[in-house]
Design a protein around this ligand. Structure first.
Ligand code: S3P
Length: 452
């Protein structure tokens, strides 16, 4: 039995058995963007009026956010085939939940909610699974305390978080020590309730979905270079939201098709917000053949179809400026590097060590098992392209590690068995089925719980 430490216990472990070989062809549509889905629930709940969302990601992470707002008294219909109807309660309409809010594996839920809820009249406790409970929260608690929030954490600034109600917040100017859209968003969401202006200065551009969606809900947000500012005390007006496909999910297919001879795949309706497209830029710099077709705007976010065909890849030094713009795509990009000619070097990516797992270590251990030459660095990795062998991988319960090695199997000389894959459902429900339609053969096995 795998206990996730937060009240929910998965009864069994799911392992993937990726057969290896094949090519990716045809046309597929990946599920909705996770970051945008979270924000749609949050802003829709605080808005006045009925917000309708289409293309909502029905993954465990965004569903955790949805359940949290239901627990705070928001009427939410769906999700049904990606449609969600949110009866917004206004900025001051949330009610105290009857119990701690359990946010599963979702760092985005916990960090953004810590900002939004630190200005409510009630106390609330935020908890999560074993992975989330290990993740650093001081990065949000520190600036929120500067604004006047009362936040208690467990040892080392870890969850659970207790947010004390009835605090009066004031705006701050906050220079973020790391490039994090979650920290930026937490401070801005608290800023909605603060007196005066709240300003966040980013050390490098990070995803700007919060700013775009606030604008879509009629809230003024001002950007001046690296600084984002809003004034507290305004109101949000219900909106209609079209969630594009998640480029972070598309990334596994971009890499899979790029590395596999005979591949020619069309990914339709993918979000190509420039704060998210580092994966396309990095793959192109490695020689990948990716065509951006019919770029268009949908609900305030840029969208396109992406056609990717196999092409020989070469190793590169990944420009540090692209790191925050591809932060979730490195497990997949490491697989591209393992198939490239020569060495790929990643630096400036220490943030990867505090994701759902330490992704540098998790990928490195997987590469050890599958015979890919590499050297880990404190803030990155060197990977020498060559052959990928078969082997048994521990995904460490990290969805993106599991999917990265599933894709690696396309070029592996023998099957890859990947342990602990249930969390793929946090961001990419239906991954295996969609992958199978494109030509990736991944079976699964349920491993019965071990008696205590
Ligand atoms: C996210 C921001 C990123 C990303 C995460 C989603 C968001 O985290 O890794 O998957 O929706 O704001 P950081 O802000 O920690 O970089």
């Amino acid at each position: 039995m795998t206990s996730d430490g937060g009240g929910v216990t998965r009864q069994e472990r799911i392992d993937y058995i990726a057969e290896g070989g094949g090519a990716l062809r045809g046309e597929i549509r990946v599920p909705g963007d996770k970051s945008i889905s979270h924000r749609a629930i949050m802003l829709g709940s605080l808005a006045e009026g009925l917000t309708e969302v289409r293309g909502f990601l029905e993954g465990e992470d965004s569903l955790a956010t949805l359940a949290a707002f239901r627990a705070m008294g928001v009427g939410i219909g769906g999700p049904e085939a990606g449609r969600v109807r949110i009866e917004g309660v206004g900025m001051h309409g949330l009610r105290a939940p009857a119990a701690p809010l359990y946010l599963g594996n979702s760092g985005t839920s916990m960090r953004l909610l810590s900002g939004l809820l630190s200005a409510q009249p009630f106390d609330v406790v935020l908890t999560g699974d074993a992975s989330l409970t290990r993740r650093p929260m001081a990065r949000v608690a520190d600036p929120l305390r500067l604004m006047g929030a009362g936040i208690e954490t467990a040892e080392g600034g870890r969850p659970p978080l207790r947010l004390l109600g009835g605090r009066v917040l004031h705006g701050i100017e906050y220079r973020m020590p790391m490039a994090s859209a979650q920290v930026k968003s937490a401070v801005l969401l608290a800023g909605l309730y603060a007196s005066g202006n709240t300003c966040v200065i980013e050390p490098a551009p990070t995803r700007d979905h919060t700013e775009r969606m606030l604008h879509g809900f009629g809230y003024a947000v001002h950007r001046d270079g690296a600084a984002v500012t809003l004034a507290g005390g305004g109101r949000l007006h219900a909106a209609s939201i079209e969630v594009p496909g998640d480029i972070s999910s598309a990334a596994f297919f971009l890499v899979g098709a790029a590395i596999t001879p005979g591949s020619d795949l069309l990914l339709t309706n993918v979000g190509i917000n420039p704060t998210r497209t580092g994966v396309i830029e990095i793959l192109r710099a490695m020689g990948a053949d990716i065509e951006v077709i019919d770029p268009r705007e949908s609900g305030g976010e840029p969208v396109a179809d992406l056609r990717v065909r196999h092409a020989p890849l070469r190793g590169i030094e990944i420009p540090v400026a692209l790191v925050p713009l591809a932060i979730d795509e490195f497990p997949a990009l490491f697989v591209a590097a393992a198939c490239a000619d020569g060495e790929t070097v990643l630096r400036g990516a220490e943030e990867l060590r505090v994701k759902e797992s330490d992704r540098i270590e998790a990928m490195a251990r997987g590469f050890e098992q599958t015979g890919v030459a590499h050297q880990t660095l404190p803030d990155g990795i060197r990977i020498r392209g060559g052959q990928i062998g078969g082997g048994t991988i521990d995904s460490r319960g990290d969805h993106r590690i599991a999917m990265a090695f599933a894709v690696a199997s396309l070029r592996a000389t023998a099957p890859i068995e990947i342990h602990d894959c249930a969390n793929v459902a946090t961001s990419f429900p239906g991954f295996r089925e969609l992958a199978a339609r494109a030509g990736l053969r991944v079976g699964q096995r349920h491993v019965a719980p071990v008696a205590p």
